[in-house]
Design a protein around this ligand. Sequence first.
Ligand code: CUA
Length: 179
Amino acid sequence: MSAIQPPASRVWWKEPIDRVEIIWVVIALLWCLIMFFMMPYWHIFGEQNLANEAYRTTPEAYSKKAQEVVDKYTVRTETEQKIPVVAPPAGSDVYLIARLWSWWPILELEAGKSYRIHLMSMDWLHGFSLQPENINIEVHPGYDHVITVTPNRVGTYSIICNEYCGVNHHTMLSKLYVK
Ligand code: CUA
C-alpha cells in the first residue's frame, strides 16, 4: 500500500494490527503515562515549582487590601515617586500591584521567613520576573495570584515586567529587598 494510491481493499481499517505497530502504540502510551504522573511527582519532589493559588477579585477590593498593608507596615519611601517600602511581619499576606507601568509598593522581606505574596494587575497582562532568581509569573487583571515564598538569600532583587505591556514596558521595574 502506498500513500498516493488508494488502498487495495475498501475496508482497509479492518486489517489485523502489525506487531510493530502495537509495540509503538504501547511505548507511546507508557511514555504519555510517565509524563503525566511526572507532573504531580515533580511538583512535590522537584522543588522547582511554586505552590500557588488564584482567586477572582476586583481592582477595588485588591487595592484596598494592598493599601491596608502599606498603611500598617511602611518603613520608608524610595525614589522620586515616593514608593512605600513595606516590611510586613513574617507569615503575613503581602500585596503587590502591577499597573502600566509600575510595581507598587516595594517589599522588604526577611530571609528564612515565609510570606504569602499576592500579585494582581490593575489593567492588563504583566509579567512578574524576579531576577536573578528563576521565578516567572504572569500577572492577570481580575485574579489575585498568591505565591508562598521563603526567601533564602539576603540581597536586593530586581522585579522586571516580562510581558510586553505597551510603550513603557521596559521601564516597568522594581526592587525586592531580602535582609
Ligand atoms: Cu508590564 Cu510589561
